[in-house]
Design a protein around this ligand. Sequence first.
Ligand code: S6P
Ligand code: ZN
Length: 195
Amino acid sequence: MSDKPFTFDIVHQEKMILSKYDNHIVRRLSAMKGQFSDAEAYERMLAEKDRVLYEVYEVERPKATGELLHGLSIVLSGKVGNEFNMTKGHFHSVIETSEVYYCLRGVGYMVMETPEGKWAVEPFKPQSVLYVPPRWAHRSINTGEEDLVLFFVYPGNAGHDYGSIEKQGFRKLIVQKDGKPFIIDNPRWLPPEER
Ligand code: S6P
Ligand code: ZN
């Protein structure tokens, strides 16, 4: 991996892409078992097609303090039941690390929470910048009709901790009601003292 400065472009074609990246991660419906609240709708859709929910283009950097990992995260438009397409979501393994997101295209939300159960939901639209402070788990959700394209930057040593989110999801869900996105309580979510 080069230790020299470098530049690259965010290429606006029909799909947005980076002119230079090292890893391309594609997450499909099958990778999200147990994450969507409507399990029946999930199984029905999966039986039809294991469709792509989101993609990540990463520029590889050493997983070290002082480095910044960065790239594009693209959540495709769509729903499972009445719940909008979303990323798995995670805490950083080094929980005191933060992240910055810049929205290039599309609309949606970042759903966030702390290990103590504090929660926050912030909107994305083109040109929005979102700061995820240390200790906040984060999941991006596309509530629009086109791709939600986000540029992210976070510390090289942060790592991903998917464990607790995989167990019960986030405290809040974003669902479609009367054609609009709504924040609702996740019935599966338990406060830390009841887990
Ligand atoms: C990494 C950063 C993003 C996500 C990406 C996919 O800290 O937050 O690169 O990895 O949006 O989400 P997830 O939850 O599947 O890693
Ligand atoms: Zn992150």
